[in-house]
Ligand binder design. Structure first.
Ligand SMILES: [Ca+2]
Ligand SMILES: [Ca+2]
Ligand SMILES: [Ca+2]
Ligand SMILES: [Ca+2]
Length: 724
């Protein structure tokens, strides 16, 4: 499952561009209806809502509101302002929401509510009335469950009325049974931008007007028994994507190979589950990676592709076609097997019998993913599945297959939802593995046209073209360079949860063992002499230096606070001299334009001139130890949202080098809102993300040293900054 909830932001932007004030449709006609819409879009299944407040007086967005120390700008067009207090952790957290008359809902997190709001309990439930038609049942569904608007959802109605007292609907993950019939059955896709599995609901509207709702994560096995009541024009664009152009592959440059092609093997897996959900972009993801392997001289015989129904000419995708078997347009079929567990076992048995200690194995997976049965929210373990063709394989099962193979090195790139679980399961000696998301997160396709999935696209694009991501100008892009490139560009950086308590964003993860394997391994093979990635004139290394225990007591403490400090020597960040620094309680040092914000992101770091050992929403005490040789800042405290311990330090050296240290604590592996950290340095024009970004827990993690190795002019023109 991969999602597009940024569509909502996009939709607001499109409305801003397309509609002058006053031109909005008015689906929400009153404050009470706006409160219902808030319930449907923001509160939903949340069990952590303490209080809901609102302003019955309508206003016209964008509205500027003050929420504690934060200034927020919300909404567009006429609507109403609300604040929802959450019991998310131990400190106050609010969702500030503007509900528009057009049924849009613009939501921001804040630590306080804006002034002037009063209690806004939901109105008394509607008196159920007799329902005599599917249309009347749909009206009940809209009014009572969806906040008076179908906007943002796809709603499918069962073609047949439920005549009995209950109905059973077989789905990908078990059978949903609803009681309360006779009545009308609906399947509500709550996140149609998403791939499966994601939040959806099966609803039976009784003849007496009662609503019977079952939450689920996967659609009916037989969508033919339903008809869509909503209009969702984007479906055609998203699910009927023609395959990407592959004819350019033959003309692409041949890239540097340090290991003979005969010693390099690859496995590409994408299931798609069934025709309805085997979106054509999975084919594009696989074809792009396949063509990139060919640029590195891979032999056809050494690439095994397991895709959907394999070589079966039966239709297997929603545009009514069978997936083309030839990825690179040379007339030779490249898809070899159907993506089933039996075929995965067959392929890895073959590889186990073929590969030896001089061989390198590359694994690429995409399509849908999910949590294993029993690993429900908040997903406290990395037990995940990859969906195949009508079945699924767990992370443990895939790891067991890979473990059969003896190899010099294994590299894995995992795109599907919950793919961080594959990273945890497949990490090991002589392996470098990376994923689009953490094991508790969804992952996303890439806008604006969803031709590819985003993380795997950027990883593959980096590997395919040294001009994009070869940070050290050695003519090849290593796994580490490709990961840093994709990390800097991945646009789904939200740390919020939606009304189904699903994470909205994706945060790529990365594990390399030994830690520098990823900088010696490219698709061209293993090159132990490859120089390290070099961004902004810095080389990042890991060290075993001990955590620098502060010599004195803390000199500052606070929440969302900054303090100016005069350094004992001018610090040469990327060659530019800084006599002072602004220290933030949120685990970041600013050398220009300080911010109090704990709302961290790779984007935010990229835009700053800063060093971030662990930028997050934190309440910390900071101590400073200065000598003429170095100055050391130590942050000790807790996360804002749930008061988990954090304990980290940064040491600055006069030449511009610096080291990031991690003590006990720093385990931010959970799915609360506001719950990921950002680590690295940026000059404001060049970003150097730290490898620690890809690790769920930094509990007593090894120190990260950033060594200054040259002038900015010596750095190749690789700029890890987002363009949007
Ligand atoms: Ca087929
Ligand atoms: Ca071919
Ligand atoms: Ca390179
Ligand atoms: Ca955060």
């Amino acid at each position: 499952m991969r999602q597009h909830r940024h569509f909502f932001t996009l939709a607001v932007l499109l409305v801003l561009v397309a509609c002058p004030a006053g031109a909005f449709s008015a689906e929400i006609s009153s404050y009470a209806q706006a409160r219902d819409r808030l319930e449907a879009q923001v509160i939903g299944d949340r069990s952590d809502v303490v209080e809901v407040m609102g302003n019955p007086a309508g206003m016209t967005g964008p509205v500027e509101v003050t929420a504690g120390t934060q200034r927020l700008r919300l909404g567009n067009g006429p609507g109403w302002l609300f604040a929802v207090r959450l019991n998310a952790g131990k400190n106050p957290l609010y969702l500030i929401a503007f509900v528009g008359r057009d049924a849009s809902v613009d939501t921001h997190e804040a630590k306080a509510a804006p002034p002037g709001l009063t209690a806004a309990p939901r109105r008394i439930a509607r008196q159920a009335a007799a329902v005599t038609s599917r249309e009347a049942a749909y009206a009940v569904l809209l009014a009572d469950l969806l906040g008076h608007s179908a906007a943002g959802r796809r709603i499918h109605a069962a073609t047949a009325k439920v005549d009995g007292s209950s109905v059973a609907v077989p789905t990908w993950r078990g059978t949903i049974t609803l009681s309360g019939g006779p009545g009308w059955l609906f399947f509500v896709d709550d996140v149609p931008k998403a791939n499966w599995g994601h939040a959806c609901r099966y609803v039976l509207v009784s003849e007496d007007g009662g609503l019977h709702v079952q939450k689920a994560q996967t659609p009916p096995n037989d969508m033919g028994a339903f008809t869509e009541l909503t209009s969702w024009p984007e479906a055609a664009a998203r699910f009927s994507m023609p395959e990407a152009k592959t004819s350019a592959a033959a003309a692409a440059p041949v890239l540097r190979q340090s290991t003979p092609a005969a010693n390099r093997y690859a496995v590409i897996i994408s299931g798609g589950w069934n025709q309805w959900s085997n979106y054509p972009r999975y084919w594009n993801d696989c074809a792009f990676f396949f063509n990139t392997l060919k640029q590195y001289g891979f032999l056809d015989d050494n690439i095994t592709v397991l895709f959907a129904d394999g070589t079966d000419p039966a239709v297997d995708r929603p545009d009514g076609r069978s997936s083309p078997l030839d990825f690179d347009g040379d007339g030779v079929p490249d898809i070899r097997y159907s993506a089933t567990k039996a075929n995965i076992t067959l392929v890895f048995n073959q590889l186990a019998a073929t590969l030896g200690p001089n061989d390198i194995l590359y694994i690429f997976t995409t399509d849908h993913g999910g949590a294993q049965d029993g690993n429900a929210a908040p997903y406290s373990t990395p037990d995940v599945v990859l969906y195949l063709w009508g079945e699924m394989i767990t992370g443990d099962e895939l790891a067991a297959e890979v473990n059969k193979v003896t190899a010099k090195a294994v590299a894995g790139i995992f795109e599907q939802c919950f793919s961080g679980g594959m990273v945890e399961k497949l990490a090991g000696t002589n392996r470098v593995v990376m994923s689009a998301s953490r094991w508790w997160e969804l992952s996303y396709a890439m806008g604006p046209d969803y031709t590819y999935d985003e993380f795997s696209y950027y990883v593959t694009a980096a590997l395919a073209d040294p001009a994009t991501a070869d940070t050290n100008a050695d003519g090849t892009v290593t796994m580490e360079e490709a990961y840093l490139y994709a990390l800097a560009r991945d646009s789904h950086q939200s740390e919020s949860l939606d009304s189904f308590l699903d994470n909205i964003g994706e945060h790529p993860s990365y594990r390399s063992d030994p830690w520098d394997l990823g900088r010696t391994l490219s698709l061209g093979g293993s090159d132990p002499a490859a120089p390290a990635p070099r961004l902004a004139g810095y080389v990042q290394t890991q060290t075993d230096e001990a955590f620098p225990t502060p010599s004195g007591s803390a000199i500052w403490s606070g929440d969302d606070a900054t303090w100016n400090y005069t350094l004992p020597f001018p610090f040469l960040l990327a060659g530019q001299s800084h006599p002072t620094v602004t220290v933030s309680s949120n685990g970041i040092l600013y050398f220009a334009d300080p911010s109090i914000s704990g709302k961290n992101s790779i984007n935010g770091l990229a835009a700053a001139r800063a060093i971030a050992p662990q930028w997050d929403d934190l309440i910390t005490s900071v101590s400073v130890t200065a000598t003429s040789q170095h100055v050391t800042f130590v942050w000790q405290g807790v996360t804002y949202v749930d008061q988990r311990p954090v304990n980290m330090a940064t040491r600055l050296f006069p030449d511009g080098s610096f080291t990031l240290y991690y003590g006990s604590g720093n385990d931010l592996s959970s799915r609360l809102p506001l719950r990921d950290k950002t680590i690295g340095m940026s000059t404001g024009t060049v970003l150097h993300p730290a490898l620690g970004n890809g690790v769920a827990s930094l509990d007593a993690a090894r120190a990260l040293a950033f060594r200054w190795v040259g002038t900015p002019q010596a750095v190749p023109a690789v700029n890890l900054l987002l363009s949007e």
